[in-house]
Design a protein. Structure first.
Length: 155
């Protein structure tokens, strides 16, 4: 038997999921009643493919900046170290379909972008590692499979 880990994603059987998908990865209630919902936005199939770093980095900047234009409850959007997706954390908002709609609008923003926000040495810790075109290709791939976003596990 596999030991239960503290990190939710370490308890997920990565061989049973089918990317791309968007899944609720966790819910945490704070001591004052606020509730954080954490979503796993998986673009690439775990252990089979990954996002190249410049494209991932630019997509992170574009998603993090633009998702807040479509969703008021964003706490954070951050990349997974395995380079297969992102985590989106929202506070006091549990409408999955609204999360999906905001993600779709945000990905459209990525496709329409003419530059990567905060892509400079003052605002970014690795400003030389960006690819707007790569980010747009990732966004395009994810959008073309939006009908699959709710299908998380292999049949």
């Amino acid at each position: 038997m596999v030991q239960k880990m503290n990190v939710e994603s370490f308890n997920l059987d990565h061989t049973k999921v089918k990317a791309p998908y968007v899944r609720l990865a966790g819910v945490i209630q704070g001591k004052n009643g606020d509730i954080i919902h954490k979503y796993d936005i998986r673009l690439k199939q775990p252990n089979k493919e990954h996002m190249e770093m410049p494209a991932l980095h630019s997509l992170e900047h574009l998603l993090a900046e633009n998702v807040r234009n479509h969703l008021d409850h964003v706490v954070d959007l951050s990349p997974m170290g395995c380079q297969t997706g992102f985590y989106l954390a929202v506070i006091n908002h549990d409408n999955y379909d609204e999360i999906l709609a905001a993600l779709e609008k945000t990905l459209q923003d990525v496709l329409n972008a003419t530059e990567v926000p905060a892509c400079n040495e003052v605002q970014c810790g690795w400003a030389a590692s960006h690819s707007l075109e790569g980010a747009q290709e990732l966004a395009r791939e994810l959008l073309t499979k939006k009908d699959e976003w709710k299908e998380i596990f292999v049949d």
